[in-house]
Design a binder for this molecule. Sequence first.
Ligand SMILES: NC(=O)c1ccc[n+]([C@@H]2O[C@H](COP(=O)([O-])OP(=O)(O)OC[C@H]3O[C@@H](n4cnc5c(N)ncnc54)[C@H](O)[C@@H]3O)[C@@H](O)[C@H]2O)c1
Length: 263
Amino acid sequence: MNRFKGKVALVTGGASGLGERTAKDFAQEGARVALLDFDKANGLRVETEIKNAGGEVIFIECDVRESSDVEKSTQIVFEKYRTVDFLIHSAGILQDGMIHKLSEERWDNVINTHLKGFFLILQACTKRWISYCQQNPKDTIAEYPDRRVITISSQAAEGNIGQLNYSAAKAGMLGMVKTSGLELIKYNIKTHAIMPTLIETPILGELLSKEDGKWRKYYSGRIPLGIGKSEYVSRVILFLCSEEAWFMNGEIVGINGGRLDKI
Ligand SMILES: NC(=O)c1ccc[n+]([C@@H]2O[C@H](COP(=O)([O-])OP(=O)(O)OC[C@H]3O[C@@H](n4cnc5c(N)ncnc54)[C@H](O)[C@@H]3O)[C@@H](O)[C@H]2O)c1
């Protein structure tokens, strides 16, 4: 119940789906949680639900594509909780389109939310973490506060029809994780990406119900353990932030329901 007591988790996209589940699971394990999302109605709903369950939480309206928003929000979190231990980047959108019809706007929206958003929030947190380490030098890396960064990539990083923008963003995240894993470990900051398969959350819209459940049947048949639930993902995120994962850095972790082929 108190695995993360005294810790602080900042979750982008915390107003829905995987971010919501992860934020609630962190809160249940005693962490203080900051939800950053541009969906104010759902952000406030999740904030209330976590408070009602006895958790400590703050919702901040923030568009992760905007550097001024991200900087302001991060400052609020660091001021309120004094630090952040775990950064989870879960803000995401789908704006699919076949290559010959994909608009520049859809390309920009998806790349900016997933990739630029990750860059901005990673930078906002790391500059504060590094500044702390520089002001409080230690003899060994392990003596610095133990920070974890988890970004949500996707199986689509390996390619998916109609998702040129999304697969580019999700593949880009993998490079970012390897680079930050290399660059930031000297400050005891460990970065990982997870690559979930299809998980039932609001991002899918009506995909699973439309055409008389045709797509639900299709995906149920393609994923050996079935379409995923958000807790299957949040459990792995919490593991990657746990004491047990202390010796891991720069990992790309599949959460694939047993599915090893392409989407
Ligand atoms: N659900 C899946 O099948 C699946 C599979 C693999 C990866 N993912 C990834 O997991 C992450 C979470 O997705 P989800 O399934 O929970 O979707 P979701 O739609 O339930 O949640 C995404 C959240 O991100 C927020 N968001 C979107 N753009 C934002 C922005 N610019 N600024 C701030 N907040 C923003 C939304 O308001 C929403 O609350 C995404 O990166 C998604 O690509 C999802």
